[in-house]
Design a protein around this ligand. Sequence first.
Ligand code: NAI
Length: 354
Amino acid sequence: LKKVTTLPKAQYGGRHAVTMLPGGGIGPELMSYVKEVFKYGGVPVDFEIIQIDPTSESNEDLEYAITSIRRNGVGIKGNIETRSLDTGVISRNVAIRNQLDLFVNVVHCKSYPGVTGQHKNVDIVIVRQNTEGEYAMLEHESTPGVVESMKVITTQNSERVARYAFEYARKNNRKKVTTVHKANIMKLSDGLFLETSRNVAKDYPEIQHNDMIIDNCCMQLVSNPHQFEVMIMPNLYGAIVSNVICGLIGGAGLLSGRNFGDYYAVFEPGTRNTGTAIAGKNIANPIAMLNASIDMLYYLGLKSHADVITLAINKTLNEDLVHTPDLKGTASSLDVVQTIIKHVQNLSVNCKKK
Ligand code: NAI
């Protein structure tokens, strides 16, 4: 089993190079906010911006984006829309994750005290298999009217994800890991996923391990989310569960998601929506993408810059209560960004004085 190792990140003259894929819908405007906040925070990051056209028949821009992430080691992305049902049109999002072997997706679902959700004080870490399962994109019509779709689960990837979750729990002092599955029906595929996580759990005797069927898990999440600390799950359940929990604590505009492989990392909003219907209206919540940029700064080792922007967001959401309409507020995207920038400037001055 390979260990997650960190390669040196691309740096030029003390500045980090990061690939930026704005994606569709609200992606480009959210990225412009990230660049603006970084400018006022004096963040030493330069972006290599690549726009991927999901309707193009050639995969040239996709390949260029992947090469760029390989070179820089790190990327930040908005979601790239895949509306076509043509099997020849692949999801660029899935292709990026697969080609870079970003085997795990981590969404830390933590409530903001100033944001009203269905539940308060939720603090759950979702650890999702990110490259196989139902997303194998292996489908065919065996005879007209009969379609078969392959769900692929491997011991190697199940073990990498389980190991990541238990290591995360150990390092972050979390006491319980829950494996989510449907092994009662998918006895071989989800059965392997469950059995592998049970085996990995034996190496972490101080951490309680339980498992839950996905159906019950959704019910438990909406009625009592506080019973969960760290959750491991195959790919599709991860997509659903992260959206459920984000919905419970404030929606698609708040939380970020981290994609890791052994060599590369890509940061993005946790629910991976494009928000096409609200693009260009100055109402999209900028926080999820800003949180993705903060995750990226911690990953790059730029802790003090990340801490300042985190604090600025907390003040904006929890003290000033400057909220966009998705959080039942009346502020525009720019109001939120300008309030964050004001705090970033004050906090940066105070840091320099100290
Ligand atoms: P959507 O983009 O319509 O978003 C769902 C809801 O969340 C909408 O009401 C939207 O306004 C809201 N929302 C999203 N971000 C927001 C923000 N920052 N601030 C305020 N509100 C926000 O979601 P849908 O229809 O699920 O996905 C759109 C496209 O994204 C799909 O065509 C699909 O191609 C792609 N997609 C790809 C995924 C992947 O990683 N493979 C996963 C999910 C979607």
